[in-house]
Design a protein around this ligand. Structure first.
Ligand code: HEC
Length: 163
């Protein structure tokens, strides 16, 4: 009898949990554009974040700012952009894990080497290191079948920031 009661108790608990889960998935949300169900909301937010191209649009902007920051010996601004490039690329890997392949040279060698020249405030070393840094952008493009994206050393000033 005691055993029967405990089976009934477990069954009742299971029924409560299952019905709680069902209401969770059926729950409708009132959002501006993201959708109504949790599944729709997550899918639309993921789509809005975009893929690695969005990471690269940000990287490209910061790459240009970084170059002119070093050119001007504006080391605070250079440090700021290099940090943000690395952070942006790492967040990009969360969204597109396949893009992490072939990134080691860029992240573990060229970016830290460029950072050393920024920390040292050495403009000549920065200019030299920047060429290798740009080269490792292009190596990654070649490895990921987008060799048609070749970045160059910026030639014309477009940065609005100047010390
Ligand atoms: C981990 C590999 C990797 C590294 C490192 C990398 N890229 Fe890219 N980049 C890509 C891939 C892959 C694409 C194509 C994006 C896509 O298909 O989602 C791309 C696309 C681009 C684009 C075109 C973006 C667009 O849609 O308009 C630019 C510009 C670019 N990268 C600049 C750079 C610069 C500048 C650097 C170095 C500071 C760099 N990339 C470093 C992999 C990389």
């Amino acid at each position: 009898m005691k055993r029967f009661a405990s089976i009934m108790f477990v069954a009742a608990m299971a029924a409560i949990i299952i019905s709680a889960c069902q209401t969770e998935t059926n729950k409708r949300y009132d959002t501006r554009w993201a959708g109504e169900t949790m599944e729709e909301i997550i899918a639309s937010i993921e789509n809005q974040f975009g893929g690695f191209d969005q990471t690269m649009i940000e990287t490209n902007y910061r790459y240009n700012e970084l170059y002119w920051a070093g050119y001007d010996s504006n080391w605070g601004y250079a440090d700021y952009h290099l940090e943000k490039i690395v952070g942006s690329i790492e967040r990009g890997f969360v969204r597109r894990p396949a893009r992490e392949a072939y990134s080691a040279q860029f992240l573990n060698a060229n970016a830290p080497q460029l950072m050393e020249t920024i920390e040292a405030g050495d403009r000549d070393a920065f200019m030299e290191s920047f060429v290798r840094f740009a080269g490792s952008c292009n190596t990654c493009h070649e490895m990921h079948d987008v060799a048609f994206i070749q970045v160059i050393i910026p030639e014309k000033r477009t940065s609005m920031v100047k010390l």
